[in-house]
Ligand binder design. Structure first.
Ligand code: GLN
Length: 197
């Protein structure tokens, strides 16, 4: 069975576990870097990116997470996870894992809109997807070869760069598992490719 890890340092961990299990895959909450060897793909959940980064450093996850991605295993960053994956963060000197060719902006939908829901269309994956945004970032710029999969109010809220996927909203907070299923398909394909390479 395909095993999907959820980084379990902070944030919406349990909700992702539920969503993965609803899709028929096995979910493993990752609390130690050694557990990364057990999984075929990884979700970086929403939460608070600076807190999560602090815990990533504290528990010595930084290099292990970069190596996980560089080995070709898929990573899906949701909300704070999108910030962790970005190559650049607007207004900040240093970014975090820098695995995706994206530039992101934090808390980018403004104060009044701290949290809201919107129906978005996800290219080739889901029409009328109810997206929950909570102090959401968005993607300001993408590099060549990055596919923009959803836009809301002219802002990029979902993109895929090779085996990396990142969204600005929280797909784990509703019962609509179509995006999680898309990620699991990415993981299944990469598993096959990595097995034959
Ligand atoms: N704004 C948060 C951050 O910067 C992300 C919010 C979220 O994950 N819901 O980390």
């Amino acid at each position: 069975m395909t095993k999907i890890g959820v980084l379990g340092l902070q944030g919406a961990v349990r909700e992702h576990v539920r969503s993965i299990e609803s899709c028929g895959s096995e979910a493993i909450v990752i609390k130690k870097k050694e557990q990364l060897d057990e999984v075929d793909g990884l979700i970086l959940p929403g939460g608070e990116s600076t807190t999560m980064r602090r815990l990533i450093d504290k528990y010595d996850f930084f290099d292990a997470l970069r190596e996980f991605g560089q080995s070709g295993k898929p990573i899906f960053g949701t909300c704070a996870g999108l910030i962790l994956l970005a190559g650049e963060i607007d207004g900040q000197k240093d970014a975090h894992l820098q695995l995706m060719d994206t530039k992101v902006k934090r808390n980018a939908f403004g104060r009044q809109k701290d949290s809201f829901e919107a129906e978005i269309d996800i290219k080739g994956i889901a029409e009328n997807f109810n997206a929950v945004f909570i102090r959401a970032p968005y993607i300001l710029e993408v590099g060549e070869g990055v596919e923009v999969l959803a836009v809301y109010q002219d802002k990029i809220v979902l993109a895929q760069d090779r085996h990396y996927l990142a969204c600005a909203f929280h797909p784990e907070l509703t019962d609509d598992n179509r995006l999680t299923r898309h990620f699991i398909q990415m993981v299944e394909e990469s598993k096959k490719e990595l097995a034959t390479s």
